[in-house]
Design a protein around this ligand. Sequence first.
Ligand code: MN
Length: 193
Amino acid sequence: MKHELPKLPYALEDLAPVISSQTLEFHYGKHHQAYVNNLNNLIVGTKFENADLETIVREADGGIFNNGAQVWNHTFYFSAFSPKPKAAPAGKLAEAIIADFGSFEQFKEAFAKAAATLFGSGWAWLVKDAYGHLEIVQESNAGNPLRTGLTPLLTCDVWEHAYYLDYQNKRPDYIQEFWSIVDWSVVEYRFGK
Ligand code: MN
């Protein structure tokens, strides 16, 4: 199947100043699009030619995995943002965060630390395990927690292309501002699935 760049649920300028339209032009318009294009080129003539994206993320290796997972990860990352986000979780997700991390503030601190200390390029994830418990995991490069049977709930892209135009080398500043555009209604929906 031919993979496509999904539409963003907001305009390129809507997340500024947290993420500028210039960053989105490159990060979504060029990087995310390039992963889609590379994937479409790489799967021709392979057993993944007609596979859906999640199957590719779970089963592929090498370049097909790298590009397929980067398509999935970026779609997941971009779709958790809103210019008018729900600022904190409620209901069952809020209860799970308190049970597993102590408080929402302690969760944010632990997630931010995981994102800030991830060496090189990669992703910090909030995930749910098979028993419904929450964990924070770090994945390098295109890594995706679906590969180890976990359910992704939220991710922060810490590849330099995600923040360098807006924050230069100050990755912790980007992570701190990231919280103000995360729409917790999206994360609640993912948790409840
Ligand atoms: Mn990225």
